[in-house]
Design a protein around this ligand. Sequence first.
Ligand code: 17E
Ligand code: FE2
Length: 425
Amino acid sequence: MPHTQASAMGEKGANLLITGVRIEDGPAGVDIRITDGKFAEIGAGLAPREGEEVRDYTGKLVLPPYIESHVHLDTALTSGQPRYNESGTLFEGIEVWSERKQTLTYEDVKDRAGRALRQQAQFGIQYVRSHVDVTDPDLTALRALIDLREELKDSMTLQLVAFPQEGIESFPNGRDLMRRAAEMGVDAIGAIPHFEFTREYSVSSLNFAVELAQEYGLLMDVHCDEIDDEASRGLETLATRALEAGIGPRVTASHTTAMHSYNNAYFLRLVRLLKMSGINFVSNPLVNTHLQGRVDTYPKRRGVTRVKELTEAGINVSFGQDDIEDPWNPMGTGNLRDVVLNGLYVTQMMARSEITGSYNFITHNAARTLNLSDYGIEVGNTANFIVLDAEDWFHALSFGSPVLANFRAGRVLTESEAVVRTVNF
Ligand code: 17E
Ligand code: FE2
């Protein structure tokens, strides 16, 4: 059990010894020394030093912090405002949000996004990529989130994507708004090809987005083919442009739910291009099983992209929550355990090795999606990590074990009590 005392913090950061843990899928009984907020030594039987706080977590699991690779913080915690999305479709969600956008203020966005981020931290998240709707002539949400990114940077790493919710070519001054967002300092450029009025707009919006990203040296993350239409093929355009520009690892295709409905012959052709391009994928299994298949009778499509096949082809896939109580998801807490559990079931990735390796969807794979450096439990890296009340990932996932502590540069960001259960028979 952890014992708490005043943390041993020097000017440069924490000095700490964590004892008796398993790191990821490694052996149990390992100690971790943190000096000046960095991982200094990892091994068995490390002796405490003068001035070091010792935390005994014998039998517990240590992972690198979770990474939320896809969420919309500007819309978080607005569910029911001004009305609920009753049909559960993506399109009604966009209409509801368009109404809510009329009353958006800087303080409102900052307050809700700040609360959502603190909720995420409690569940072990330290890195968040948030899409921000820029189809707003005032760019109110973007101004708020850029400030929040700076204010919270010692606690959470926030990446912002300029997300044209109502289109680039199909929204008044859409291109200009995207350019203004790039000027203001987003981390990534987005697009929404399946929502543009025509196939031609879809293609030109992607060409524009790739050029803008290159001009400003930004990452890309596109809401790509989030529809059950098997003819929605923005992905092949995005992957081709990424390949030709040589920027694949800096590009992400999010959602790609139409891939669920592609015929296998087309997928076989496509997957070659996807591999060559080196682009990343984010799947949001909870929200897309909720939003997709809404125009089906029975059988109803699951509408989740081909995570298993992409993974088996060696393509990088991470999992995201997408929404925390907003027009596209009436629920959602920020807890990525729910996302991984649902993701494994809905994609039928339930082989033993698929389950035991599934923390990668919200850790290392997501780090690759976000192009993070200085991530992972390795000597020399900043001491960011979480401790779970479980002996290994299988049990943490299966039982929904709480994150006992979330450490940032060796400093305790959030803490939870272990759950104590008594059975009287
Ligand atoms: N907007 C969108 O186009 N798609 C989504 N899944 C969400 C917002 C959450
Ligand atoms: Fe999304």
